[in-house]
Design a protein. Structure first.
Length: 376
């Protein structure tokens, strides 16, 4: 009886061995896959993993073995216990970055759920975990909008050129930010007033729009609305108190091929001491041979003088200012008022005054877009 059991066990073991040999010979990709997993584990231990290489390997395998149909440029798989409602996709287009945040994922996520897709527009992918949230930081070769769709446990992402989505593009720049406080008076920093005004501008643009066109879990950091059957996209250099180099500001507008670029600032005397000097001035690019920059600046100045009742400090050629000089579209750098003037400082800190400023500039932007469209 024991002999029969031993023979049966031997037959079973031999059969299993032959089956495994057949599988490895018939499907060599599985063997390659297993070896790749071993290499990935070793790299993980050594801290030398390359997410891009892993993505290429996984994509090659699933397309050859798994018969995967690549529905998008990037496929992100979610763990079974994570809902897409908890996921956040943030478009940091100023830095050419897409951040994908997945709560509850651990350090092994990137290996357990590898990315699948094309690397054509991707320069680098970094991965880390903090506060029980995994973050994929995807560096792109240009500025893109994110088109994301959720199907089952997958998020399918495509990168779209803004010019293919919007008929007109506007860039709104809140001056200074972060370590660059700008003018300062009585404990009030210019960077904060500049941002308050541009955030109110964003609010007005959002009122004209229909909400975020992408899925709820995607934060494009773009405001879109319709103007005379044209889709307008408004991009922002900053929406919080962060430092943005001046080079990045005009570079954003130029890379987008923006139709208008407006930078919001506030003034001060050279010494910063309180003074009777007050008023609104707007800078333009004098080297604009078509005069559109000056025309746009003049529209901004006239609207602010009318709505704010401020004193005119006139139009000023601003070619010595980097973002004005390097902008490749009609640009206006608005100095709303003087923080070194007590009366004007009080107004600049007033919520209603900021609202009037924001509304005036939004109306000017819409008027300018229509004027320049008619000139084309």
């Amino acid at each position: 009886m024991k002999l029969k059991i031993y023979r049966l066990a031997t037959v079973i073991l031999v059969t299993l061995a032959l089956a495994l040999m057949y599988i490895y010979l018939r499907f060599p990709e599985l063997h390659v896959y297993a070896l790749q997993k071993q290499v990935e584990y070793q790299n993980r231990i050594a801290g030398q993993e390359s997410i891009i290489d892993l993505m290429r390997q996984e994509t090659d395998i699933v397309t050859r073995v798994g018969n995967e149909n690549l529905m998008s440029q990037l496929r992100v798989e979610l763990p079974s216990d994570v809902s897409v409602k908890d996921v956040e996709v943030v478009n940091d287009y100023v830095n050419h970055m897409i951040d994908i945040r997945i709560p509850g994922a651990d350090k092994s996520y990137i290996y357990d759920y590898p990315l699948i897709g094309s690397c054509d527009n991707i320069i680098d992918i970094r991965y880390g975990v903090a506060a029980s949230t995994a973050e994929l930081a995807i560096e792109l070769d240009d500025i893109y909008l994110v088109e994301a769709k959720n199907i089952d446990r997958y998020i399918y992402i495509n990168f779209l050129s803004p010019k293919d989505v919007y008929d007109e593009i506007v860039v709104v720049d809140a001056g200074h930010g972060g370590k660059d406080v700008g003018a300062s008076s009585q404990g009030v920093n210019e960077k904060d007033i500049d941002l308050l005004i541009t955030e109110k501008m964003r609010g007005y643009f959002e009122q004209m729009g229909e909400g975020n066109a992408a899925d709820d879990f995607v934060n494009q950091n773009v405001t879109e609305y319709m103007l005379n059957d044209k889709r307008i996209g408004v991009f922002y250099t900053r929406k919080s108190d962060v430092y943005i180099p001046v080079q990045n500001r005009s570079a954003l507008a130029n890379a987008l091929g923006a139709d208008l670029f407006i930078s919001v600032h506030n003034n001060s005397t050279a010494s910063g001491r309180m003074s009777t000097i007050n008023g609104t001035e707007v800078m333009y690019r004098a080297s604009d041979v078509f005069g559109q920059s000056k025309g746009f600046a003049e529209m901004c100045l006239n609207a602010l003088l009318w709505n704010l009742g401020s004193t005119s400090k006139g139009l000023v050629a601003g070619d010595d200012i980097y973002i004005v000089r390097t902008a490749e579209m009609p640009v206006a750098l608005v100095e709303v008022g003087f923080m070194s003037n007590q009366e004007e400082l009080n107004k600049l800190c007033d919520d209603e005054y900021q609202n009037k400023t924001a509304m005036s500039l939004c109306e000017v932007i819409n008027s300018a877009l229509q004027i320049y469209n008619n000139q084309e």
